[in-house]
Ligand binder design. Structure first.
Ligand code: FAD
Length: 265
């Protein structure tokens, strides 16, 4: 249940409440539309959980839940899993102590001025930006997890997650077109961070002025000069990005140091 009281927040910060509410929505709402997981879907979900278990910069209780879910998925000899079994684990039916993912949806930096605006899709962007940044900050984190040792790994897992599970099918199709065009040419973990930033700005540009835009949160090329002045340059009178500065900014903005726990219960 969402409260209608506006929560004050700092747009230069990341809120754990948004990331956790996003995970809650992904695991308990979006995934619930798939009654059984098998084949490429199951593989995608397993890989997504592995990436999160290793890289999500969250609270112990949530990271532990992700780790238990990952170990269970990896050890399972089945090629088909009912969603309800996943839900039982997410809800900690076995009552393992110290594992917990709140069922409360608490949008903070992802609040919309109307309930149908922002929220989950905003949190999903933030989650994947966070994961690409964490992979760049901890380049060894995914070694020996069974995932391919590639600088694109987080992007490729995101790509497959969006393809198989993201509820917005038009979004998924558009994202896949961008992925097909250039994701394969990403050669370093830093470039993966920048790739996702750039594509998110392409989406922002496409959606500026659209009906889905929250009037309180107009679509802009991000980060704006007020939060990252050095990201912006003018060359011969034309705007250009200083990508080295953008990278540095992203690596700070989506790091655990920049996460506030306010509103996360
Ligand atoms: P969002 O765009 O959701 O951004 C969330 C937050 O991320 C911002 O508030 C800001 O803090 C930060 N941010 C903004 N830009 C960047 C950037 N370039 N790099 C890093 N961080 C940034 N909707 C459609 O109508 N059509 C589509 O085709 C479509 N495709 C999508 C594809 C994907 C993969 C996803 C996750 C969502 C897509 N959406 C699409 C939804 C849309 O992008 C927004 O999520 C939604 O409109 C809510 O916008 P928002 O104002 O919360 O900002």
């Amino acid at each position: 249940t969402e409260t209608k009281v506006w929560k004050e927040f700092d747009k230069a910060k990341l809120y754990m409440a948004d990331l956790e509410s996003g995970l809650h929505y992904l695991l308990r709402v979006e995934l619930a539309t798939h009654k059984t997981l098998e084949g490429a879907e199951l593989k995608t979900f397993k890989d997504f959980v592995t990436v999160c278990a290793k890289l999500f910069p969250g609270r112990q209780s949530v990271v532990k839940l992700l780790e238990i879910l990952q170990e269970w998925l990896v050890s399972l000899p089945l090629d088909k899993i009912p969603y309800d079994a996943i839900l039982d684990l997410v809800n900690n039916k076995m009552r393992i102590s110290g594992i917990f993912l709140s069922k409360k949806v608490q949008w903070v930096g992802c609040q919309g001025s109307r309930p149908e605006l922002r929220g989950y899709t905003c949190s999903l962007w933030k989650l994947f930006h966070t994961l690409t940044v964490q992979a760049a900050l901890q380049p060894k984190a995914l070694i020996n997890t069974g995932l391919e040792d590639s600088p694109q790994i987080v992007l490729q897992v995101m790509r497959r997650y969006i393809q198989h599970f993201f509820g917005c099918k038009a979004c998924a199709q558009h994202f896949e077109e961008m992925a097909k065009e250039s994701m394969d040419s990403v050669k370093t973990l830093d470039k993966a961070v920048l790739w996702l930033w750039e594509k998110h700005n392409v989406v922002n540009n496409m959606l500026a002025g659209a009906l889905t835009e929250d009037p309180k949160f107009p679509k802009v090329q991000w980060p704006t000069p007020d939060i990252c002045p050095t990201c912006h340059e003018e060359i011969k009178g034309l705007h250009s990005w200083n990508e080295a500065q953008v990278l540095q900014f992203l690596k700070y903005h989506y790091s655990s140091e920049n996460i506030l726990h306010k509103y996360a219960e």
